[in-house]
Design a protein around this ligand. Structure first.
Ligand SMILES: Cc1cc2nc3c(=O)[nH]c(=O)nc-3n(C[C@H](O)[C@H](O)[C@H](O)COP(=O)(O)O)c2cc1C
Length: 213
């Protein structure tokens, strides 16, 4: 049974049913150029994943016109940072490199194709079939509160950029406060020159720029 294997591999990767996991989705535009963006992925069935990009995102546009994608599994906060804010001028941060549609630095890859699209709300809902799964060679890594909090901080920063851009400064400040809680944890468990320490420093620089802009 072909599909059953994919279900087992999703189990093995820790993608439990009815839960959401944070990943980097790579999609292709009509010219074939690859776009990478952090996105939550919900496992809604044995071999079914759901992606909910805002309709303003390139991920939405690409998936609507070219219904194949790769779900890249990683916990590297630098990859989350540079793919969330692609338009920013990052110095000292490596862009992830591409191998076809996948990000070479990721730990595992889930290749998916869109089965159904509901775009009746601002946040669309793509229901996707899992076509195949590949697991890289990286061994187990211990859980790091610092890495987890740095990725949480990147999510807050995407809200801050949006809310400041809309002139909703008060609401933006609430997310700045949440980000400072993440920073506090990172400061306690990680060094300033770790990936997570550098991500927090860079986010603070970006926020300063958005405030001024
Ligand atoms: C961990 C994480 C999860 C995210 N999940 C989503 C999501 O589910 N849907 C969404 O529209 N944006 C999500 N975002 C924000 C997008 O990644 C961000 O808006 C990005 O710039 C969109 O890129 P794109 O226009 O290339 O698709 C998430 C960001 C982070 C850091």
């Amino acid at each position: 049974m072909e599909g059953a294997t994919e279900g087992l591999l999703l189990d093995g990767l820790g993608f439990e049913e009815d839960q959401i996991f944070e990943t980097i989705i790579t999609t292709m535009d009509h010219d074939g150029s690859v776009n990478a963006a952090p996105m939550g992925v919900g496992r809604t069935g044995r071999e079914t994943l759901e992606i909910r990009p805002f309709k303003s995102s390139s991920t939405y546009r690409n998936l609507s016109s070219r219904p194949e994608a790769c779900v890249n599994v990683t916990d590297d906060p630098i990859i989350f940072l540079v793919t969330a804010f692609k338009e920013e001028d990052f110095r000292g941060f490596e862009e992830p490199s591409l191998d076809g549609i996948r990000l070479r630095e990721a730990d595992a890859y889930i290749f998916i194709s869109v089965r159904d699209l509901d775009d009746s709300e601002d946040r669309a809902r793509f229901t996707c079939n899992v076509d195949s799964v590949e697991v890289g060679e990286a061994g187990p890594r211990p859980f790091s509160r610092g890495r987890a909090q740095a990725i949480e901080a990147v999510i807050h920063a995407t809200r801050i950029e949006f809310l400041y851009g809309e002139g909703r400064v008060e609401e933006g400040e609430e997310f700045v406060r949440r980000l400072s809680v993440c920073k506090d944890v990172v400061g306690r468990v990680s060094t300033p020159d770790s990936a997570e320490g550098r991500v927090i420093t860079e986010l603070e620089r970006l926020i300063e720029g958005w405030r001024g802009g």
